[in-house]
Design a protein around this ligand. Structure first.
Ligand SMILES: Cc1ncc(COP(=O)(O)O)c(C=O)c1O
Length: 420
């Protein structure tokens, strides 16, 4: 029987031991990865030659094609590079607007700006992903595309997003940086829109340290993305290329990243099987706790299961709830805590809020093709801030034992009961 007094009030904490770190891919790394990288070094061939059939990067592309059912995949140097190549792939550029959610890593908005377009920020809903209704409200004659971001491994409500896109003639670029291996109604994330973009950076479900992947069913989108990712690629195989050359920037993946990515890819399903089981168990265990609303995913089965999020009735309560859980030994945090700048929340995207540029003329903001009256301010998406302010989140990893899930359940039940 637990001491029902909260640990924050001097009671006995629920967790009697530490939690493992919430690393996903990195925590699964072992000798196989070390051997794969060592083999590349020994081969003295670290560059990704497109015509090498046994290139690690080519093999990784094939794995992503298989996973997503897309005909084309392009390995690149990072998730942001994947977004930039994907945006260029679908033809986004100067004068275009791309609708992005107010809850995503700043890289999503930055990629849009790097392409010469501007981001238009839409509200999220209680799924923590972009609100399809708000997408519709944010459309202007300049809107070219929408970027659903499957944040924290949670699939966006793709049926409704694709419906808006079809009706309003928008292209769809999926940001799957945090959701590799996730699905929506049985279909792989990344395969539902016109182009899908992944990251293999350290914090992701599988990692190569850095790295990214672009997937698409459309050959022209692929060719444009490929041209963007290599300044001379279009001259290597001109006979195969249908798109006329244009300038690119080298953001290729190297063979060590490709090798790491392949080994990590092989670990993905077991990582996700474990995180999904943990999330399911925790959701069952807290379902009838008073005063809390466990997060409902647009597709609980396809959700990557890497986080448990709980909505509370006020920001104040969320903060108290998180502190009380921390005292119980549970690593939880409220997402939006005024004062803690988190670049996953649009109001902390300073260079967007202030329309700053790398360019002395202030491009792309000042391009004559853009709407000069477009303004940004930190409270422009109040619903997003309200939802994030009322939410606490616990990150899950495959390294968590059943005991950790039980502590999370007991901790949440105890705090919910006491703070009722
Ligand atoms: C949602 C999202 N989009 C894009 C990125 C950018 O990926 P990368 O860091 O690999 O450039 C990240 C992560 O870093 C991310 O979380």
């Amino acid at each position: 029987m637990h001491d029902e007094r909260l640990a924050i009030d001097g009671g006995k904490p629920v967790a009697t031991g530490p939690f493992p770190s919430p690393w996903l891919g990195p925590a699964a790394m072992g000798e196989e990865e070390a051997e794969a990288v060592a083999a590349v070094v020994r081969s003295q061939c670290l560059f990704r030659f497109l015509d090498h059939a046994n290139s690690n990067c080519t093999q990784l592309e094939n794995l992503f094609k298989e996973m997503t059912g897309c005909d084309y995949a392009l390995a690149v140097g990072g998730g942001t590079a994947a977004l930039i190549c994907g945006l260029v792939g679908i033809g986004v550029g100067d004068g275009d607007e791309v609708i992005v959610p107010g809850f995503t890593y700043i890289a999503s908005a930055s990629a849009v700006l790097i392409c010469g377009a501007v981001p238009v920020i839409a509200e999220i809903d209680e799924s923590f992903t972009i609100d399809p209704e708000d997408i519709e409200k944010k459309i202007t004659p300049r809107t070219k595309a929408v970027m659903p971001v499957h944040m924290r491994g949670i699939p966006c409500d793709m049926d409704r997003i694709l419906d808006v896109a079809r009706r309003r003639n928008l292209l769809v670029i999926e940001d799957c940086a945090q959701a590799c291996g996730g699905r929506y109604k049985g279909r792989a994330l990344g395969s539902l829109g016109d182009v899908g973009c992944f990251s293999l950076q350290q914090y992701k479900i599988i990692t190569a340290g850095e790295g990214g992947m672009v997937v698409t069913r459309n050959r022209e989108v692929f060719e444009r993305a490929a041209i963007r990712h290599d300044s001379a690629m279009c001259f290597w195989n001109p006979a195969d290329t249908t798109v006329a050359p244009f300038p690119g920037e080298n953001c290729r993946m190297n063979e060590m990243e490709g090798a790491l990515g392949c080994v990590q890819f092989g670990r993905m399903e077991s990582i996700l099987a474990r995180t999904r089981a943990l999330r399911r168990r925790i959701h069952e265990g807290i379902a009838d706790s008073p005063g809390i609303q466990p997060h409902r995913s647009p597709d609980p089965d396809g959700d990557c299961g890497i986080s448990v999020a709980i909505l509370l009735e006020s920001g104040e309560r969320a903060k108290r709830f998180a502190l009380a859980l921390n005292a119980e030994g549970i690593p939880a945090a409220s997402i939006y805590d005024r004062g803690i700048p988190d670049r996953h929340i649009y109001c902390y995207w300073e260079y967007v809020m202030e329309k700053r540029s790398w360019d002395a003329h202030g491009r792309p903001w000042t391009s004559p093709l853009h709407d000069p009256s477009r303004q940004y301010h930190p409270d422009m998406c109040p619903r997003t801030l309200d939802i994030l302010g009322r939410t606490i989140i616990i990150s899950l990893a495959q390294t968590f034992e059943d005991q950790h899930a039980e502590w999370i359940i007991q901790g949440i039940r105890k705090v919910a009961g006491a703070l009722r």
